[in-house]
Every structure is written in C-alpha cells, then in structure tokens.
Ligand binder design. Structure first.
Ligand code: NAP
Length: 248
C-alpha cells in the first residue's frame, strides 16, 4: 500500500500542483476541495490516468464536522494518512484594517487558521507513535505575508499566516519525538487564481517590481518545495519555514 497523503484545496493552484507531483513520487493522494468538485475530480483523474492512486474528497475546512467526515472517509477507503498538506486558504478584497468587519475576520481565521489546526489535530491523532501510529509529515502553506504584514491589502490574511508559522514551530516541537515532522512553505507572489478571488487578477504583475528575481512564481515551483518537505529526503528537517518567493 502506498503512503496516504491529504492535500486540502488540492483541486486548483498550488494544491493541484502538489497533488500531481506527490502522486508522481508515490503517494496515494486524497485531493481535498470545498466547492469546486470538477477541478478536484480532474486532478484525481489525471493522477489515476498516469498510473497513480487518487480520490477527490469534499470538506470546507472552516466546517469542523465536514473535516472529521473527510478524515473518516479516507480512513475507511484507504487507511490513516501519513502525510498532510494544509494548503486550503483564502484571501479577501484589498482593504485597510479600519475598513474591515467581523464577518470577514471570522472567515479569514476559520478557514486559514482553524481549518489548518483541525486538520493538523486529526493528522497527529493518526500519525503519532503516542497514539499507535507510525509517524508522518505535515506541511503547512503559510505566506511571505506573515513577515511582510500586507498593509493596505489584507493585514488579517497576514496575521492568519503568522499564526500558521507559530503552529508550525510549536507543533514541530510537540511531536518531534513522535515520528512527525512539521514544516511550512511561505510562497511569495505565485500565479494562481487566488489573486482574482480577492478582486486583483493583475496582482502579481503589479507587485513584481518588489521581487528580486523580477517574476512571479509558478505553482509547480512551490509544489517542489512542499513535496520535498513531505518526503524522506527531508528526514532531518522539521520546524522549517521555507520561503519560496524569488527573494521577496
Ligand atoms: P487558489 O488557487 O485560490 O486555490 C485555493 C484552493 O483552496 C482551492 O482548491 C479551494 O477549493 C481551496 N479552498 C478555499 N477555501 C476552502 C475551504 N473553506 N475549505 C477547503 N478548501 C478551500 O489558491 P493558491 O494560490 O493555490 O493558494 C494555496 C495556498 O497557498 C493558500 O493557503 C494560500 O494562502 C497560499 N499562498 C498563496 C500565494 C499565491 O500567491 N498564490 C502566496 C502565498 C501563500 P475549491 O477548489 O473547492 O474552491
């Protein structure tokens, strides 16, 4: 049996690139999605067509009962996960903090922070030698925003990603002796649909002057870092916050 990996938000963008690359490296991949079933199913089909093992699994990570159901579904079909990529994430429209409202912050933190916390908890319960598991690897998608702060755009998103950095550091220390490595990748400006979802389809081009390498990144370039951190090739790497930003 292949090692089992869950990639939340695996149907599009960085998550899709990660799912495909991880499958090429031998993982059976559960491709998580919230609403876009067609994209997640297309990623799973692509993996299966290339001889890999994959299935699409639905859960809005901001809805705890859906997350628990997703993990149980994977348990029943394949068995316990030994890899988790906490990739599902959202931005919102550009705004100053004094223009934001409570509902926006709830969504931002429910999905980006609590969703990752809950998935991490469920993964640790399955992976940890303390719970009878045989170890595993967790990679969290943070963002360069965690250290840049995203003023005038989304300070709330930046703060949520800073929470992901702290989760990575704390959890890595907590479960380091239980066979689990926990790392984060902090992408910079990556060409995906996330910018359009925040009303700024042209965001990468507008900010590219801030990037020492003078270009946006591709989802595949982030996926390479994520899949390396997941793999045994990174066997002595835990608690890393790996910037994939072209130097930004
Ligand atoms: P994307 O293209 O917008 O894709 C987002 C993915 O997350 C989709 O598959 C979506 O599922 C899923 N998702 C959104 N809300 C969800 C929810 N409530 N529950 C479950 N899944 C949900 O985003 P991306 O650019 O690939 O970003 C992936 C991760 O990298 C995010 O955590 C993001 O914050 C981080 N990141 C991205 C950049 C960048 O420049 N692109 C930079 C730094 C960090 P559906 O397909 O079902 O909608």
């Amino acid at each position: 049996m292949k090692k089992i990996l869950l990639v939340t938000g695996g149907g599009r963008g960085i998550g899709a690139a990660t799912a495909v690359l991880a499958a090429e490296q031998g993982w059976a991949v559960a491709v998580g999605y919230s609403r876009d079933e067609a994209s997640a199913q297309a990623v799973a089909n692509r993996i299966v067509d290339h001889g890999g093992q994959a299935m699409a699994v639905q859960a809005d990570v901001g809805q705890p009962e859906q997350v628990l159901r997703m993990f149980e579904h994977i348990d029943q079909h394949w068995g316990p996960v030994s890899g988790l990529v906490n990739n599902a994430g959202v931005v919102d429209v550009a705004a100053r903090l004094d223009e934001m409202d409570w509902a926006r912050w709830r969504r931002m933190f429910d999905i980006n922070v609590l969703g990752s916390f809950l998935c991490a908890r469920e993964a640790v319960r399955r992976m940890s030698t303390r719970h009878g598991g045989s170890g595993g690897s967790i990679v969290n998608l943070s963002s360069a925003a965690a250290r840049l702060g995203s003023p005038g755009q989304y300070v709330d998103y930046a703060a949520a990603k800073a929470a992901i950095d702290a989760l990575t550091v704390g959890l890595a220390k907590e479960v380091g002796a239980e066979g689990i490595r926990v790392n984060a990748v902090r992408p910079g400006l990556i060409e995906t649909e996330i910018h359009a979802s925040g009303g700024q389809p042209d965001r990468v081009r507008q900010l590219v002057h801030q990037v020492p390498m003078q270009r946006g990144g591709q989802a595949q370039e982030v996926a390479q870092a994520v899949v390396w951190l997941l793999s045994d090739a990174a066997s002595y790497t835990t608690m890393a916050l790996l910037d994939v930003t072209g130097g930004r």
